[in-house]
Design a protein around this ligand. Structure first.
Ligand code: SUG
Length: 416
């Protein structure tokens, strides 16, 4: 049976605040802070526990091997000698944001009946441009079953940031759907990270039906306001599209196209008069997991505690729930360490529609396994990392050992 499985990126032991992402306001404003990798990773595990307890299938991906000495070598330098900005780029734990790992088209949407995954090239940001190799190795392992087709990255310079700019509308995850690719147009103060040509190439590789595939331009207002990915201003689940008024460049045109391609859509739009774009971005209201609760429980929204703490946002949500809107339940979760780098609950997960039996079981979570992962984190992840610590050879050796301990605990040593 095909179900939606959320694969969360386990937050790696090198999690730090180096302010590497231009256009990502949280990352810039926390630059130089001392991070707490252990607490960060345990927050991520708690989110997985929470979602498992709701009855939702859960998987995970391993942190990548960081600091990435091999990448520095391709730049003619090393961990000891690299200039500080390159060293920070080698240390980033940014693969935790699994929504940027790949774009996924479930089997019912594809001409060949396979679930297609294309690893994201992430070429716009240097610190993320060397994620795809490690991510691809993992996708090839987790989704080795013939039910899947795993593709290498779209070539540069066509920036592709994966599922963060991709939405799917359907009448049930196992039914064929309409896939929406949201792209940005560059030229502003902040970069547009998803290129239209990359999105179109994905649709071709995934053998999508052109009549059920839309390409919609993200609004420049949203990008320049700090919504560096569409999933900061919109999220879809089954027939519901939950979106901010400013998400799309041509709002009316976008809604009309979506309604024409998928007449059953229910567009839940939050007007800027109720929640300003700035409050939406600060609170990450839309970077929430909109999930179908088991046993006909309707939809729930797993959202950051920052959303509860932002009055305009919480007032809107409470009114929506009271008014019998499609979102029936609100579940605030604490992922503050990730949020301070611009990653909310939805950034931390990649949705894959699949039969769990076809996924390598080493990547599938249950509570006992999450306990085991939490034990390794508690024993090996650094408690704190200050920006100056990135020059420490001893810390570099510690974090490599920490990740290895996790791979060993999960019998994933072959990821190296
Ligand atoms: O790419 N932050 C990530 C956050 C990604 C959020 N993902 C989604 N919206 N799906 C980014 O900007 C910050 C790293 C730093 O500054 O050290 C960072 O990469």
């Amino acid at each position: 049976m095909l179900t939606e499985i959320n694969f969360d990126g386990i937050i790696g032991p090198t999690h730090n605040y180096a302010g590497l992402s231009r256009g990502n306001i949280a990352s810039a404003s926390h630059a130089g802070d001392v991070s707490q990798p252990r607490a960060a990773a345990l927050q991520g595990i708690e989110k997985m526990r929470h979602n498992l307890a709701l009855g939702l299938p859960q998987g995970f991906f391993m942190p990548l091997d960081r600091p990435d000495a091999a990448w520095l070598e391709t730049l003619g330098t090393s961990l000891d000698n690299a200039e500080p900005h390159l060293r920070a780029q080698a240390w980033s734990a940014s693969s935790m944001w699994a929504a940027n790992a790949a774009t996924v088209s479930p089997a019912p949407d594809s001409g060949d009946g396979k679930c297609h995954l294309t690893v994201a090239n992430l070429v716009t940001m240097p610190h993320r441009s060397h994620e795809w190799q490690g991510t691809l190795a993992q996708l090839r392992l987790a989704f080795a079953h013939p039910a899947f087709a795993v593709h290498g990255p779209i070539p540069a310079p066509f920036g592709d940031e994966g599922a963060a700019n991709h939405m799917r509308l359907c009448n049930g995850h196992d039914q064929s759907g309409v896939e929406i690719f949201v792209y940005g147009v560059g030229g502003g103060r902040f970069p547009a990270r998803q290129h239209l040509d990359a999105s179109k190439a994905l649709a071709r590789h995934h053998r999508l039906d052109p009549a059920r595939t839309l390409f919609i331009r993200q609004s420049d207002t949203a990008i320049q306001g700090g919504a560096f990915h569409n999933d900061v201003v919109a999220v879809a689940n089954e027939h519901v599209l939950f979106t901010h008024e400013t998400a799309f460049e041509d709002r009316e045109g976008a809604h009309a196209q979506i309604r024409a391609a998928f007449p059953d859509v229910e567009i839940v739009e939050v007007p800027a008069s109720a929640v300003s774009l700035s409050d939406a971005i600060k609170s990450y209201l839309f970077n929430a997991q909109l999930v179908s609760l088991p046993d006909g429980g309707g939809m729930g929204l797993v959202l950051p505690t920052e959303a509860r703490d932002t009055p305009s946002v919480w007032n809107w949500l409470e009114a929506h729930v009271a008014g019998n809107g499609p979102i029936r339940r609100l579940y605030p979760v604490d992922v503050r360490q990730s949020m301070a780098n611009g990653g909310g609950p939805a950034c931390l997960r990649l949705r894959v529609v699949a039969d769990t039996a076809t996924v390598d079981p080493r990547f599938v979570a249950d509570t006992a396994k999450l306990d085991r992962i939490a034990d390794v984190i508690a024993a090996h992840w650094p408690e704190a990392i200050a920006p100056s610590d990135l020059a420490s050879t001893a810390l570099a050796a510690d974090v490599v050992r920490a990740r290895r301990a996790l791979l060993d605990a999960l019998d994933l040593g072959e990821l190296g």
